[in-house]
Design a protein around this ligand. Sequence first.
Ligand code: TEU
Length: 554
Amino acid sequence: FTNNDWWRDAVIYQIYPRSFSDANGDGNGDLQGVIDRLDYLQALGVDALWLSPFYPSPLADGGYDVADYCDVDPRLGTLDQFDELVAKAHERGIGIIVDIVPNHTSDQHRWFQEALAQGPESEAAQRYVFRQGKGEHGELPPTNWLSNFGGSAWESCGDGWYYLHLFAKEQPDLNWDNPEVRHEFLRVLTFWCDRGVDGFRIDVSHGLAKDLREPLRDRIDPTLMSPQATDGSDPLWDRDAVHDIYREWRDLFNQYTPAKYAVGESWSPFTTRIFQYAKPDELGAVFDFSMSKAAWNREEYRTTIERTHRYALAAETAPTWVLGNHDVPRIASRLGLPSGANIEQWVTSNGTNPPIDPALAARRARAAALVMLGLPGTAFVYQGEELGLPEDFDLTEDEIQDPNWERSGHYFKGRDGCRVPLPWQSDGPAFGFNATGASWLPQPAWFAQYATNRQIGDGASVLHLYCAAVALRKQWVANGTDFQFSWLTNEECPAPLLGWRLPSGMVVMANFSDSQPVALPQPMTVLLVSDATVQANTQVESVPPAATVWALPA
Ligand code: TEU
């Protein structure tokens, strides 16, 4: 990594370490597991790995409850193994991005333990947000603020006192008005920079700064987990003060050569606010989740792509493309509701598993992969997406560990269905996740058919499609810092096709009809098709239903 812009047209692969690969056989994936699979990741062709948290954690929220920001959870490995991972990834030209969780710590963090021991009025408690409750004896929470995981955001801690947690109660929110908190995170970031990481993913980056002036204000709509106004007036989310923090961080990142990359997970209903975080003097990049929420629908995809592209360029950053991550139902299931309904909402309101058409979901997910990888910018691939792995909807109440499960009144199964440990072998213990068969979440029997070993030799597999697309992308799609493409006209590419031309001359055409092939005005030479029945380097005269074609005009 010698240039500051390496990430702008990169493919970044997200690893959820507990579920990727388990070298020591304790049922939790680990860093050695990642080291052992570097050849696989290199063959896939990804430019960098983003590791979800691997820090010491009581795992109240899968590791997003950090007890020590400068160490590795003993179940996942050691700092020496982390250094080895960085070195070995770098030998292969693969970068390492780590996840920073600055909005809250674990309740087991030394700071929070000190605050509890010394009391809510102590100096130690000023690193968090402790307040007295309302009512005669403080029996009511200080405000109407709600936790993103359900219920009040205030947890009672005795004598009418409460502390703030916008996520699980085991995740107390930090007080970013406290200079000690600011200093500590600069120290944490420096610690990882000096260990050679290439960048950071910033968890809930629109949080951190809160309006803690007395009296605290109720929110107008407490159910919103993102800001209710564009003017920074929400007491909790997307406040202007948070941008000062990132300007400080950017100064630190720019002291390194190349500058450290950072991508924010910023939520807002207002796209313009999201992209504020991506400005060059702040984080520099931000996830745009629109594609991970879009229904498989031509108009929706076109609008989404156009908007992401336009806002990214205006903020002088790269467009980012996301089909999934560890928080949302997997793409290979999500696109399988023929009505285009949102799976989470469907399950929450119907209380049963969604009526997914698996074959349709699989076809559309392959097509969506070539849409995403056929766009210039930074593409994020969540582990297992490259296998076409569906969501596991069959976890039972006893098996589910995600605290977010509470939020939907226990209907939607929470986020564990996309966190089930990956299948590497179609038979043997834990489908090759480890050698012992232990697994922190059970794997369904049907995982066998998605196992990596089955897909490697199969030219029609999803894995094969991803490998081919990532490789071809470097030549035909990635265009450094330019990101230009132009929509094909209706004559070149009639609806229900959506198509665009890249500066390389390659065209991408996605057919949003599930049943009709669409004839092309002119035959083209195929580079890649998501429909495995079409051969590369042949002429195509039509785009198959629910498929995407990468082609060169004759
Ligand atoms: O997610 C923040 C966030 O907005 C999610 O909680 C999202 O609203 C939810 O998953 C939708 O179902 C980040 C992490 O990605 C998530 O895993 C953590 O639980 C959360 O922060 C708290 O750290």
